[in-house]
Design a protein around this ligand. Structure first.
Ligand code: F0G
Length: 458
């Protein structure tokens, strides 16, 4: 029997028009935006790959769920539906809804982390690091060395270096670590997964030191899919089954529901320990709202509950990860340098190898992102020198380990034909790469400079 190509496991019943601008229009728009893609209006973007966060399409069931919102201040039925979904999919008995993922980090770290403490993770997402630092603690990354090599084709480049972590806990970290974390998938180095074996090892280390393990679960289903397809002995299992095993090694999780709950806004903090829950509730009431709504409407909770059950569907994930791989295949055929293997939510272009004639100070990642917009109205995001910023103690620019442009694919939003278009736009810039000019700052805000900085061409 011939194998049929996989196609989208959904059909479309509502469309949102997008408009392709002319090259001249884009020149004007990007100059007006100070060559910062965050300052563009979305109507001036044709294919928006800035983020996969809150940009996906909800299902008919999720939209129907919105109409069942119970907007009671306390004890809405949608909260109970969410709690049941978290229990079934993740196995955690306690859940505190939050308005998005970083709010769950805020509650967790306010509860567990204090002055001078150290928090190990494979790699902290920016907001996670910022929230650790907000508690006057230090965020430490323990991803393996190969995880930071854009050309290493290891299957689990999100894995923690467990030996280094164990050593650290015996030495500098002794008595100073309140919890261990793992981010699934590891967004900061390309959406790379963590293996079950690595998580089991992390649990063993945590047990030896009596520490809780929390998972940043933003893209847990994509991680579980990679385990199914890449880890020996896992191919026969469902993603749902693997996800339950992942969470069995953890004491709780922070969740940005804008990713793997398939909603446009929402998050939660989930856990096993009732005492920890009681403590976190106090902060939840202060920062987010009553513990059964946590900064969200009842209808949002319902959409989140339904999305959490939908996301562990194997056919959905075949399509989801397949679409990212499809774009990566096209780019690879064109010889475009990128982080290999591609992650679950995005393709990360390697700007250093793409534009080798531009030194770091000419911001090759930002220059490449601008060029992709000019070429085809495609908006990616720089994850390199601009994002990394300056060392707060010395004021010097920090040279990032990787200089990347992330082409992030929203969930269930664009077709494979859109991916063909994106690949053609990247290919066209690659063909004229030698003529791409660098950028320099004309306005540099002191914190989180990437959002509001302005640039000019060198
Ligand atoms: N953890 C990870 C791994 C993330 O990627 C994000 C957000 C968060 C936590 C914070 O969640 O945005 O709901 O507050 N990542 C987005 C991105 C913004 O574009 O990668 P949030």
């Amino acid at each position: 029997m011939t194998e049929l190509p996989g196609a989208e496991p959904f059909r479309i019943k509502m469309v949102e028009p997008v408009r392709l601008t002319t090259r001249d229009e884009r020149e004007t728009r990007i100059a007006k935006a100070g060559y910062n893609l965050f300052s563009l209006d979305s109507q001036d973007v044709y294919i928006d790959l800035l983020t996969d966060s809150g940009t996906g399409a909800m299902s008919d069931s999720q939209w129907a769920g919105l109409m069942l919102g119970d907007e009671a201040y306390a004890g809405s039925r949608n909260y109970h539906n969410l709690a049941a979904a978290v229990r079934d999919v993740m196995g955690f008995p306690y859940v505190l809804p939050t308005h998005q993922g970083r709010a769950a980090e805020h509650l967790l770290f306010t509860t567990l982390v204090g002055d001078g403490q150290l928090v190990p993770n494979n790699m902290h997402f920016d907001t996670t690091k910022a929230h650790v630092e907000h508690r006057r603690a230090t965020a430490l990354n323990f991803v393996t060395v190969r995880g930071l090599d854009p050309e290493a084709r290891d299957p689990f480049k999100g894995n923690l270096d467990l030996q280094a972590l164990a050593r650290f806990l015996e030495e500098e970290g002794k008595g100073r670590v309140p919890l261990l974390m793992a981010t699934l998938t590891c967004n900061s180095n390309g959406g790379q997964p963590v293996s079950l074996e690595n998580l089991r090892g992390l649990r063993a280390i945590a047990d030896r030191h009596g520490l809780p393990v929390f998972i940043d679960a933003a893209r847990f289903a994509e991680n579980a899919y990679f385990i199914r397809t890449r880890e020996p002995g896992q191919a026969h299992r469902s993603v749902a089954d693997i996800a339950r095993e992942i969470f069995s090694y953890a004491d709780g999780c922070t969740m940005s529901a804008k990713k793997d709950c398939l909603v446009n806004i929402g998050g939660f903090l989930a856990m096993r320990d009732p005492c920890l829950y009681e403590q976190a509730v106090v902060w939840g009431v202060l920062f987010e709202g009553f513990p059964t709504y946590g900064g969200l409407a009842g209808r949002d909770l319902e959409a989140m509950a339904r999305g959490l059950r939908e996301v562990v569907d194997d056919q959905y994930l075949d399509y989801r990860i397949g679409q990212v791989a499809y774009l990566a295949d096209k780019l690879r055929q064109a010889g475009v340098p990128m982080v290999e293997p591609p992650g679950g939510h995005a393709v990360y272009l390697d700007a250093r190898r793409f534009l080798p004639h531009l030194p770091s100070r000419q911001l090759p990642g930002q220059a490449l992102a601008v060029e992709l917009y000019l070429e085809g109205g495609v908006r990616g995001v720089e994850i390199g020198s601009v994002l990394t910023g300056r060392d707060p103690s010395t004021g010097e620019n920090v040279e990032p380990q990787l200089e990347l442009v992330r082409l992030t694919i929203p969930r269930r939003t664009y077709t494979h034909r859109h991916m063909d278009y994106v690949a053609a736009a990247v290919g066209a810039v690659f063909a004229r790469r030698g003529s791409v000019r660098g950028l320099r700052f004309t306005h540099e805000p002191p914190v989180l400079r990437h959002f509001t900085a302005r640039f000019e061409r060198v």
